[in-house]
Design a protein around this ligand. Sequence first.
Ligand SMILES: NC(=O)c1ccc[n+]([C@@H]2O[C@H](COP(=O)([O-])OP(=O)(O)OC[C@H]3O[C@@H](n4cnc5c(N)ncnc54)[C@H](O)[C@@H]3O)[C@@H](O)[C@H]2O)c1
Length: 324
Amino acid sequence: MTETSTPATSPADVRRVACVGAGVIGGGWVAHFLGRGYEVTAWDPAPDAEARLRRLVDAAWPALEQLGLAPGASPDRLTVSATLEEAVAEAQFVQESAPEKLDLKRELLARLDAATPPGVVIASSTSGYPMTDMQTEALSPGRLVVGHPFNPPYLIPLVEVAGGERTDPEAVRWAARFYEVAGKSVITMDREVPGFIANRLQEALWREALHMVAGGEATVRDIDLSITEGPGLRWAIMGPMLTFALAGGEGGMAHMLDHFGPSLKSPWTRLEAPELDKALYDAVVSGCDDAADGRTIADLVAERDRGVIAVLRATGRLPGSGAE
Ligand SMILES: NC(=O)c1ccc[n+]([C@@H]2O[C@H](COP(=O)([O-])OP(=O)(O)OC[C@H]3O[C@@H](n4cnc5c(N)ncnc54)[C@H](O)[C@@H]3O)[C@@H](O)[C@H]2O)c1
């Protein structure tokens, strides 16, 4: 890193984090950082953003308490700023979570770069834009990285970190270390993998699910049940690779590949994206209403949070849980 872009603070010494864009993901980041004891400033241009954000933090707080709050952690450490410039003025790390629109990200990252103290790393929550495409307008692109979270960021540990062509590799290392200190599990990519890693896998499943709904092969409920009562239970413990290795019995993955390799050529999948026409759109939306069975989004969020914590606890991934 050049001298002017060297991060001013070491990852372990960060105390003040700015979150710009405070919707589902930005709000989830705010909750996460508050739970880990950081001072958080947030900015979002929507008129109702502060009320929405505080509701999200309040709803997340019981889950954060169960996970174990850092000393001094409090929702009172959240300041909602009137301007973007004010939000980042004293930040030691910035997380951008604005809408997924390339032009908006480009302009916003340039504005953040201009307003944030030199050397402070700025991460984007983007679900899939390569940083190379987003850092085009910034004067110091070296400090811009992707830090891709999973919803909700206060519960799902993974963050995927990558730089763009003009990102300083030191900024990528710094961000990865910072996220680890802040309690996340990190995958660092040494290149711009399209869709990153986990989203690419999720996208394959999502496309197949939409094809099955569009073709009348499965209902929305069937699809959800097929994962929650099936492979999803295993995937919380092991990934798809080790899970399939066990499907090979004592012969492990080698036997699994010998046995099922030929079916790879069977026409099971249709990975081209289906046309998201009105019929498919309506079928998926009304199928979800039906599957919710009267539960509101707030009910489902609380249910999901309880469930993820129970899985994390049961698999020894929380401090003090049995299986460590
Ligand atoms: N929703 C997910 O599951 C998910 C998961 C991982 C990453 N992401 C990524 O996170 C980012 C945010 O997505 P979201 O789902 O939270 O969207 P969202 O619509 O819930 O929130 C976006 C927020 O950005 C605010 N906003 C609008 N214009 C802005 C601007 N110019 N500057 C700052 N804020 C602005 C909006 O008022 C809104 O509160 C996107 O890049 C998305 O791809 C989303």
